[in-house]
Design a protein around this ligand. Structure first.
Ligand SMILES: Nc1ncnc2c1ncn2[C@@H]1O[C@H](COP(=O)(O)OP(=O)(O)OP(=O)(O)O)[C@@H](O)[C@H]1O
Ligand SMILES: [Mg+2]
Length: 324
């Protein structure tokens, strides 16, 4: 198997902050590696090291077989980077932004123009191409940003939280673009705080927290690794929430409960469900919801790290109180 990205033991500190504490990553050629982690986990630092923008303190990384420190020029020639914050020039038009990059990359004027026009078409920005980028919506800006990182036809593309702040429609559009690129053979390393994004796009996932890889595998493999299934019970009467929470915890192990009245517990033994039902029945508790479903990556993350991936955007439904 050939790897487009291979990193071993990457360490990077900023004064007292250890951003990377020995990170190993590997992306198979022509696949998407999702790097998942909460704020401050070290995602951007890892991307910057791999894209040759930052020198690691220790460890080694190869991109396209080239060492990111000793052969930085060769690596730069084959990578593209869409950073976490838009890098387009606001005052320039979409077309001018792409043209500028194409010229910087050494394309002759005519070819540069053709490339810019083509990319604007591919990214549905043809109509807006003559307008200053500052007039673009968030989704258009992201698309322009991504187009800019593709001017040089990179074989390896780094996308650092490419859909943060986008609405679901724009997010879906971007996911389709990424799928198309991978279909054409590009290797993508994508960082994200959104579990669903990793689930949708990534062939392999590395979960990082506080500068370390704490789990890795395929999306399905990770879900299985953490128990597999989730039991949810919603008592009909809100005042029975405590009681149900205690009962489920007694049978299935530590359960969580939401303000909206839902008790959730990971279960890895199929016998637990009937046992819970018997207990509820014996206690005369009536429920409005009783489900057994597969763990989401969100729950995988919670169980691995002890906290949710995206704390600030949790909905009421997600606001669980872990009671151990
Ligand atoms: N240039 C820098 N100088 C000082 N500290 C830094 C620098 N870059 C990153 N850090 C610190 O290193 C740690 C990892 O940061 P990093 O930006 O890699 O996280 P991240 O996973 O990308 O987070 P986010 O999801 O918020 O983008 C953080 O504690 C951050 O404050
Ligand atoms: Mg970041």
């Amino acid at each position: 198997m050939s790897y487009a990205i291979q990193a071993e033991g990457l360490v990077k500190s900023f004064k007292e902050t250890t951003a990377l504490a020995g990170v190993d990553l590997a992306a198979r050629s022509g696949t998407v590696l999702g790097v998942l982690g909460p704020n401050g986990a070290g995602k951007t630092t890892a991307v910057r090291v791999l894209a040759t923008l930052l020198r690691p303190d220790a460890g080694r990384a190869l991109v396209g077989g080239h060492d990111v420190v000793r052969e930085a020029g060769a690596v730069r020639a084959l990578v593209g980077l869409t950073g976490q914050y838009a890098a387009v020039d606001e005052m320039l038009t979409g077309h001018e932004n792409l043209l500028l990059i194409a010229r910087l990359l050494g394309l002759p004027r005519r070819e540069a123009r053709a490339r810019a026009t083509r990319l604007l078409e591919e990214f549905r920005l043809a109509d807006a191409g003559g307008r200053a980028a500052k007039t673009y919506s968030g989704g258009m800006r992201r698309r322009l940003d991504l187009a800019a990182s593709l001017v040089g036809r990179p074989r390896v593309l780094f996308l650092d939280e490419p859909t943060t702040g986008l609405d679901p429609h724009s997010r879906n559009e971007l996911w389709d673009i990424v799928r198309g690129l991978v279909g054409d053979g590009t290797t993508v390393l994508l960082t994200t705080q959104y579990l669903e994004e990793a689930d949708q796009l990534a062939d392999d996932i590395a979960v990082i927290d506080r500068g370390r890889v704490i789990a890795e595998g395929t999306p399905d493999g990770l879900k299985e690794q953490v128990g597999g299934q989730v039991l949810q019970v919603r008592p009909m009467a809100a005042q029975q929430l405590e009681k149900v929470h205690a009962m489920v915890s007694a049978v299935a192990g530590p359960a969580t409960k939401t303000e909206s009245g839902l008790v959730t517990a990971p279960v890895n033994d199929p016998e637990l469900m009937p046992a819970v039902v018997r207990r509820l029945d014996e206690a005369g508790v009536r429920v409005s919801e009783l489900t057994l479903r597969r763990s989401s990556l969100d729950e995988v993350f919670l169980s691995l790290t002890g906290h949710r991936a995206v704390e600030e955007t949790t909905t009421d439904e997600d606001k669980t109180e872990a009671l151990v």
